[in-house]
Design a protein around this ligand. Structure first.
Ligand code: G4P
Length: 295
């Protein structure tokens, strides 16, 4: 499966983010808790050099709970402030204020030493499409905030939302476009719906998804669709056979009674996206070496 991915408006969006980020002290990056690495955009490391960094593992409710905390720890060991969030229900959103405050401390301290007092720290939310930026901002900002309006000369045309006495948030999130050479990254991004479905062949996508599930969640399809269990070393041909089985079980049939694999593929991808297959994580945190306490 091969993806071509060249959104035309990408260069413009990147330029505008480059401008915005100059005004920012803290970058809050939303990633998808099911694919935390593939849903990051490596460009942000250059764009946000020398800024405090917060990583929010959003859609934590859709991910496999067994890995959520390990991912959080992983990012903390890499020097980020990190937290798990469900922006849709609001779980974990309130705690983000504390994390942002902590991420701002160094900047506030630096300002204080230079005699700058009461200058608000500025934050910006960034993330790839569909990761939940708007949902998060709505939930995070809630009703408590007040828009501070334009500040002529300094931040022309920008709207800032006051989050607390010390922190202001740029009200428009920065969109980072997915970036990948590795096709397996593209596959995961397509599965979570961050790549436009028009450029992806759903049947191919579902076959790759079957292979991924087979490796990490071998019972999920058997349980959901009541199909026969399948071989450990499933290949793409085996995945096609399995999709046919799903089509038959779900009565996705063509006029002649043949299995309608394309329809079954759509169903399978939808079932993944709506968590009908359960909470599934598609990327796993590297094992984090824990220090053994000296007792
Ligand atoms: P974006 O601005 O980054 O592009 O993403 P947006 O907020 O539009 O969110 C994309 C979809 O993800 C929305 O679903 C939203 O409800 C959902 N979403 C965002 N955060 C979370 C989360 O933490 N958990 C869950 N379960 N879902 C989340 P949608 O189907 O497009 O819209 P809607 O039907 O929910 O309104």
């Amino acid at each position: 499966m091969h993806f071509q991915w060249y959104p035309g408006h990408m260069a413009k969006a990147k330029r505008s983010m480059q401008e915005d980020i100059k005004l920012i002290d803290v970058v809050i990056e939303l990633v998808d808790a099911r694919i935390p690495i593939s849903s990051m955009n490596p460009d942000i490391n250059t764009l946000a050099k020398n800024k405090s960094r917060v990583i929010l593992l959003n859609k934590a409710d859709m991910a496999d709970q067994r890995y959520n905390n390990a991912w959080k720890e992983y990012f903390e060991t890499k020097g980020y402030f990190a937290s798990l969030v469900n922006s849709k229900s609001g779980t974990g959103v309130k705690q983000v204020q504390d994390i942002v405050n902590k991420a701002c401390q160094a900047k506030i301290e630096r300002d204080r030493k230079r005699g700058i007092l009461n200058r608000p720290v500025r934050a910006m939310i960034v993330g790839i499409p569909n990761v939940g930026k708007s949902t998060f901002i709505n939930s995070f900002v809630g009703r408590a905030s007040t828009k501070t309006g334009n500040k002529p000369g300094v931040t022309k045309g920008k709207q800032w939302i006051r989050l607390s006495k010390t922190v202001e948030l740029l009200d428009t999130p920065g969109i980072l476009w997915p970036k990948f050479e590795d096709q397996s990254v593209g596959l995961k991004l397509a599965l979570i719906g961050s790549i436009n479905d028009n450029i992806v062949n759903t049947t191919d996508l579902s076959l790759e998804m079957i292979l991924l599930l087979q490796k990490n969640y071998p019972n999920v399809l058997v349980e959901r669709y009541g199909i026969e269990s399948f071989a450990d070393d499933l290949d793409i041909k085996g995945a096609s056979k399995l999709l046919e089985q799903i089509a038959i079980k779900r009565s996705c049939l063509l006029k002649g009674g043949e299995p309608d694999v394309d329809r079954a593929a759509g169903l399978l991808v939808d079932d993944f996206r709506s968590t009908k297959l359960g909470n599934i994580t598609l990327e796993f945190p590297p094992v984090i070496a824990k220090e053994t306490p000296n007792t």
